[in-house]
Write a protein that binds this ligand. Sequence first.
Ligand code: C2E
Ligand code: CA
Ligand code: CA
Ligand code: CA
Length: 281
Amino acid sequence: AKAAGRNAIQMFRTTMQHAASARLQLEGELRLALQRQEFELHLQAQVDARTGGVVGAEVLLRWHHPEHGARSPAQFIEVLEESGLIVEVGNWVIREACRIAAALLAKGLIDADSFTLCINISPRQFRQNDFVERILDTLKLAGLAPKMIKLEITEGIVIQNLDDTIAKMRRLCRHGVSFAMDDFGTGYSSLTYLKRLPVNLLKIDQSFVRDALIDPNDAEIIRAIVAMARSLGLEVIAEGVEQQAQLDLLQLQGCHLYQGYLFSRPLPLAEFSEVLRVRSP
Ligand code: C2E
Ligand code: CA
Ligand code: CA
Ligand code: CA
């Protein structure tokens, strides 16, 4: 029995060592990915169901690994965050997003008054001392009005340092940058923070949308979020809308902005431009 136990421990150790070295390898590959320009941003349309108009887009990071092909952020965002690489990659995302927005504007495919580009910001990135300056500098360099971008933050950012978070958000807001609370409803103290943060859009987490048609609790949560958004004077958008019936339910509850496969998947810039071209009046 003792020998078996020792074997089990040895096996456990070996497994852990494999996991650790796989992770180190991934980190190394991610480090190179920036230099090798293996990252790309895809864009997913945000639609107003009442008009059918595209009111904005979220930029989503994609990694084209030379051997493994396209990799989803779910497989590497955590490693970027924990290794600190997210700061450098995040800065690239901001630059690239601004470049894309400027290009869409120049082509007349979007309008500065009616289109917002949403950028995901990770906790580590937001905590950088020069975060605010970097955003403003990048906007200036791209010749982009700050109101054209919206930063998607999560409650993970907020709980780490509320005062610092509010201070940074206020400074950016004063310049015209706006904020969305991502994955809303999945955190635990949403309400307390919400009142103090200069956020103007709530993104209903896709888990609620996914089950809204089959689980009355999820439908009820959506209803509550929409009601709360309304009473606080905030906009609300639903993520992960895949079926018409989900959209019908959302609209019935007063949520008219949505993002999801029902309208479009996240697309490379050329294909997203095509969507805009077809849509534009
Ligand atoms: P998120 O911010 O909640 O992004 C929404 C995710 O839902 C995206 O996954 C998108 O492709 C997916 N999605 C959109 N519509 C549908 C739908 O109708 N059905 C389903 N099942 N999924 C849908 P993605 O692109 O794999 O990104 C995963 C997460 O990785 C994001 O979740 C975000 O937290 C993170 N992420 C992505 N890009 C960036 C980035 O540039 N910076 C940072 N810090 N995080 C990022
Ligand atoms: Ca997001
Ligand atoms: Ca989300
Ligand atoms: Ca998420």
